[in-house]
Design a binder for this molecule. Structure first.
Ligand code: HEC
Length: 126
């Protein structure tokens, strides 16, 4: 079921065929900062979010500490996509990101597809 959903997502990105390559800096960081940055940044007081220094402020942050949740070329196996889909496990819990309680905007289908396309394309430093 999850695999089917992710596969559908990947297909969607293939069908939508983003005209230009997805840029981590120009396309993705602004979306991450809007939905995730409030907790995932070095000044955050949200200790849970920052305990592993999982920040989204810069390319280095994302390719660095967040990088362990990214499998370049393989969006289906990337934890980063799973947190967006709400299927990542934190301990025994599923915790979608952003956590619903935060009332921050979840990624739209198109935003998710951009992340998937960037990962599929090798999670480049671009
Ligand atoms: C309201 C605060 C908050 C927001 C907003 C938020 N997170 Fe989180 N995030 C957390 C907390 C708390 C944890 C730690 C969960 C745990 O370990 O139990 C976490 C953990 C994570 C982790 C695992 C980090 C690690 O290596 O330990 C990832 C990846 C993640 N979040 C991604 C995201 C993404 C992507 C977004 C935006 C779509 C987002 N988060 C938005 C609070 C937040």
């Amino acid at each position: 079921m999850i695999k089917t959903m992710v596969a559908a997502l990947v297909c969607l990105s293939a069908v939508t065929g983003f005209a230009a390559e997805v840029s981590l800096e120009k396309d993705l960081i602004p979306i991450f900062m809007k939905s995730c940055g409030e907790c995932h940044n070095p000044e955050s007081t949200n200790r849970g979010a920052i305990k592993n220094k999982a920040y989204f402020n810069t390319k280095e942050d994302i390719l660095g500490k967040v990088g362990k949740h990214i499998k370049a070329g393989n969006p289906e196996e990337s934890g980063l996509l799973k947190v967006l889909d709400g299927t990542a496990k934190f301990g025994k819990r599923d915790m979608p990101m952003p956590p619903p309680k935060s009332e921050l905007p979840a990624f739209s289908k198109e935003e998710r597809a951009k992340v998937a396309a960037w990962i599929k394309d090798g999670a480049k430093d671009n």
